[in-house]
Ligand binder design. Structure first.
Ligand code: DOR
Ligand code: ZN
Ligand code: ZN
Length: 383
């Protein structure tokens, strides 16, 4: 079969190390089938699902139930397990057993292990297993408490949310605890300028640490919350222009390793509630390429190759995968996209959810085709 590729870019399929597919238990928001379809439409061939499902993925029984459902999906859907029982931050899960059952890594899903000894133990086990430990980095001491979110839109609207201080306090602690251990510590959805600095310094000192940034934090600021209301409510919150610029610089100079969407589907009914009662999060798989091509590459904030590394080989390496699997005798995972194509974000998606604050926005950069295991799993204009 001939595929027309003039003017387009062929890259390894994108790898997203941070998605919430809500399966099991919250499948009215998204399920593994619609989540995988959204990923394929966004150019992704591998995703790592977080574990804040219902029940939480915290034991082998639940993990196996989850693994069972992963038959015949168009892309590779990998599953992380939670680092603590019931996502309570108090007792560690049987991480070794979960790893044997197939968990590719561990996540705190926003409930940090505050006990330093316990978190150190989690780092040690992850080091031994050689798997990532992905942390959302929100110190509860700085959430919703007076005085820390001062002057932000989150504070004005009474949204609480993790302040920039909540993020940097946890990042500081975790980097320090990992200094002597050297686990694959993955700082998720970095949102503040200060965190970028911490990461840059840690890397310069030779500490093993990886960082994720979301397309929404690269593209938007808290102004978007005033425009789009609950749809732009997300954790960590969208921050200032100075933060956004620092994230772009961190991506450009390699301080931030990965672009990860934090794809967080919620129902239309939930997002229609008054903003203070609406859940945080936005979908991201189908707008990721357009947002980063528009706000990082086209705006000349970062080089195309750097952005592609952050979408492909860097996240693949963290999980010990081969980006694109472009090797003799293997079936490739690829994405073909048009870097110049201008399109308007539609109101509906392959995702079951529609909670995107970017609906109606014009973006540049569109996925034409996604190939996984050598098969076309998404083609522009076809269902
Ligand atoms: O806003 C968010 N929502 N941030 C996260 O990291 C988790 C997510 C969710 O699960 O809804
Ligand atoms: Zn989070
Ligand atoms: Zn998340």
């Amino acid at each position: 079969q001939m595929i027309e590729g003039a003017g387009k870019i062929l890259a390894p399929g994108f790898v997203d190390v941070h998605v919430h597919f809500r399966d099991p238990g919250l499948t009215y928001k998204e399920d593994i089938v619609t989540g995988a379809a959204a990923a394929a439409a966004g150019g992704y061939t591998t995703v790592v699902c977080m574990a804040n499902t219902k029940p939480t993925i915290d034991c082998v029984e639940v993990f196996e139930e989850v693994a069972m459902r992963e038959q015949k999906l168009p892309i590779h859907v990998l599953q992380a397990a939670n680092v603590t029982m019931g996502m309570q931050g108090k007792t560690l899960t049987d991480m070794k057993a979960l790893h044997r059952a197939g968990a590719v890594g561990f996540t705190d899903d926003g409930v940090p292990v505050m006990d330093e000894k316990l978190f150190t133990e989690a780092l040690r086990v992850c080091k031994e297993l050689d798997v990532p430990i992905s942390v959302h980095e929100e110190d509860p001491k700085y959430i919703c408490s007076a005085g820390v979110n001062q002057g932000t839109v989150s504070e004005q609207l009474g949204l609480g949310g993790a302040s920039a201080e909540a993020e940097t306090a946890m990042v500081k602690r975790d980097i320090a605890l990992n200094e002597t251990i050297g686990a694959k510590l993955d700082i998720q959805h970095i949102s503040s300028a200060e965190t970028v600095k911490l990461l840059r310094d840690a890397k310069a000192r030779g500490i093993r640490v990886y960082g994720e940034v979301t397309p929404q934090h690269l593209a938007a600021t808290e102004e978007l919350v005033l425009e789009r209301g609950a749809l732009a409510r997300v954790n960590p919150p969208l921050r200032t222009e100075a933060d956004r610029k620092a994230l772009l610089r961190g991506l450009a100079d390699g301080t931030i390793d990965m672009i990860a969407t934090d794809h967080a589907p919620h129902s239309a009914e939930e997002k229609a509630r008054p903003i203070a009662e609406a859940p945080s999060g936005m979908i991201g798989l189908e707008t990721a390429l357009g947002l980063v091509m528009t706000y990082a590459v086209r705006s000349k904030e970062a080089e195309l190759m750097q952005v592609l590394r952050a979408l492909t080989c860097n996240p693949a390496k963290l999980y010990g995968l081969e980006a694109g699997r472009i090797q003799k005798g293997k079936s490739a995972d690829l994405v073909l996209f048009d870097p110049e194509c201008k399109w308007t974000v539609p109101q509906t998606f392959a995702s079951k959810a529609t909670n995107s604050p970017f609906i109606g926005m014009e973006l540049y950069g569109k996925v034409c085709m996604t190939i996984c295991n050598g098969q076309i799993v998404y083609q522009e204009g076809e269902k």
